[in-house]
Design a binder for this molecule. Structure first.
Ligand code: TK8
Length: 339
């Protein structure tokens, strides 16, 4: 009898210990953040994601944990955006161009030849113009934290070297899922087809499309050199990425948690831009070494390209709003006059 009693007491004590053990284990269980991205782990996107994860872990003292999932394993940019809006996924990084269907002001970043160099990119994206565009996301269920650099986009294809504009005639060119890109490349004579990035490699490999356009870094990290012979340096647009959070989820975070994420996002941005720029300066040589045939579009042909594409600008301006368009032009003029 005494033995039974002792055992019962021991069990009760054991159970309560277990319960309190569980409770404290729950207290320290980190807040898990599923963070999706489209490129592979070895890319500039993958490297900056690691910095973001480490910074969040450090600043939160291990209370928040980023689970990074690359190579579009959580879906294409567009699919992830929808998952964030619905609250099924917490965070992602992806192209601003695929957000235009949600927030029309994002089309500003698709303006051909809008930004001339890295200094202008930083000043515009991190300044009032960039903030204005970023903040527009909130009413659509997204929070834009910071812009990362995707970079200046260049043209690749498997058909022929593009030396003059006419060489683009009939080239089946994959573009991002975005009307500005679609119109731009149709205007230039290409047969533009919108496709998610996650389907691009196999579309190029099977020759469903002949070409695509992306920064050097991506042509390298996604191994497009294996299936694309020709690279034409066009620098036709500066393309940003944006780090996003689900607003549904964000609204449930504490002030401290939001501050951790914002600060970590800024650290990741500063790293990402430096890292991307360093890689871009070497990437062209790497791509040549991998066997790509590279040509730089001449100044005269670039001028023709610009000229044709100014037709697109009026449409972008009315899409993003005349006010934002004019403020951007004024800000750029101010930056250019400073020099
Ligand atoms: C990766 C994309 C990519 C973009 C594209 O998910 O789609 O061409 O440049 O970086 O966001």
């Amino acid at each position: 009898m005494i033995l039974i009693r002792r055992t019962l007491i021991a069990c009760a004590v054991g159970a309560s210990l277990l319960a309190s053990g569980l409770a404290s284990a729950q207290d320290i269980k980190p807040r898990l953040i599923r963070f999706g991205y489209g490129l592979n782990e070895q890319s500039n996107q993958g490297r900056a994601t690691k910095v973001l994860a480490a910074e969040i872990e450090k600043l939160s003292g291990g209370k928040m944990k980023l689970r990074a999932i690359g190579a579009a394993a959580l879906g294409s940019d567009v699919q992830m955006q929808q998952a964030l809006i619905g609250g099924a996924q917490e965070m992602m990084v992806g192209s601003t161009a695929t957000l235009v269907g949600i927030t029309k002001e994002m089309a500003l970043w698709d303006t051909p030849f809008l930004i001339n160099n890295a200094q202008e990119a930083d000043a515009i994206l991190d300044g009032p113009v960039g903030d204005r565009v970023r903040n527009k996301l909130e009413e659509k269920g997204l929070v834009g934290l910071v812009y990362w650099e995707n970079g200046f986009r260049n043209l690749t294809n498997s058909k022929r070297a593009v030396v003059k504009l006419e060489d683009m005639d009939g080239i089946k060119l994959r573009v991002m899922q975005n009307n500005v890109y679609l119109d731009s490349f149709k205007t230039l004579g290409a047969n533009a087809v919108p496709l998610p990035f996650s389907e691009l490699f196999s579309a190029l490999e099977t020759k469903a499309v002949d070409g695509q356009e992306n920064p050097y870094n991506t042509i390298l990290s996604s191994k497009f050199y294996e299936i694309q012979k020709y690279l034409t340096v066009t620098n036709h647009v500066y393309s940003p990425w944006i780090v996003l959070a689900s607003k549904k989820w964000w609204d449930g975070l504490s002030k401290d948690e939001k501050a951790v994420l914002m600060s970590a996002a800024k650290t990741s941005r500063d790293f990402e831009r430096k890292d991307t720029r360093a890689e871009a300066t070497k990437a062209l040589e790497d791509l040549k070494a991998k066997g790509m045939q590279v040509n730089v579009l001449s100044a005269a042909e670039t001028a023709r390209m610009r000229d044709k594409l100014t037709r697109i600008n009026a449409g972008i301006a009315s899409n993003v709003g005349m006010d934002l368009w004019q403020d951007t032009q004024a800000e750029l003029a101010r930056l250019r006059a400073k020099k």
